[in-house]
Design a protein around this ligand. Structure first.
Ligand SMILES: Cc1cc2nc3c(=O)[nH]c(=O)nc-3n(C[C@H](O)[C@H](O)[C@H](O)COP(=O)(O)O)c2cc1C
Length: 142
């Protein structure tokens, strides 16, 4: 039974390469042994948007750890669904920096060039992340 979970959160402090690097290192170490894949998107330096895919128990367990992590606040579930297949199977935890993404892609899904994940639906967030995957905007973590 596969599920996909999408959430947004606000970084507790300005997002530095060090913060993202340590989150990604933990994710890339832990996720493969639990069969979890996904993408972490850093939105304009202060908001995280993450998709997690995998077995229901494993995704729920990782999400409950993520919820307790004090590196971010306002963790908000945007979408949770049972799925037949993964869309991000190629990433232990891919990374996207929205500041480096073509503005045209963001404007397709956002009212303003600065995307606020708290203002879009889970479905739209997922479609954006998928497009980022197919436009080669997702780095590393394969
Ligand atoms: C935005 C964000 C995303 C995270 N994503 C993951 C993840 O995908 N997998 C993971 O194991 N930990 C993730 N973490 C880290 C967890 O909250 C937790 O610190 C970590 O899993 C603990 O790892 P350990 O049990 O090896 O010490 C994330 C943390 C933050 C702030």
């Amino acid at each position: 039974m596969l599920v996909r979970l999408v959430y947004a959160s606000r970084s507790a402090s300005p997002v530095t390469d060090e913060v993202v690097g340590s989150i990604l290192a933990q994710s890339r170490k832990n996720n493969p042994e639990h069969g979890v894949t996904g993408v972490l998107c850093v939105c304009h330096g202060d908001v995280f948007l993450q998709v997690l895919e995998g077995g229901r128990e494993e995704v729920n367990r990782i999400y409950s750890k993520v919820l307790r992590d004090d590196r971010h606040i306002d963790v908000t579930l945007l979408d949770y669904a049972e799925i037949n297949q993964r869309r991000f199977s190629g990433w232990r935890m891919g990374r996207v920096d929205l500041d480096k993404v073509n503005a045209g892609i963001i404007l397709k899904y956002s009212e303003k060039p600065r995307l606020d994940p708290f203002m879009i639906s889970g479905r739209v967030a997922l479609t954006l992340l998928e497009e980022l995957g197919s436009s080669a905007s997702i780095m590393g973590g394969s």
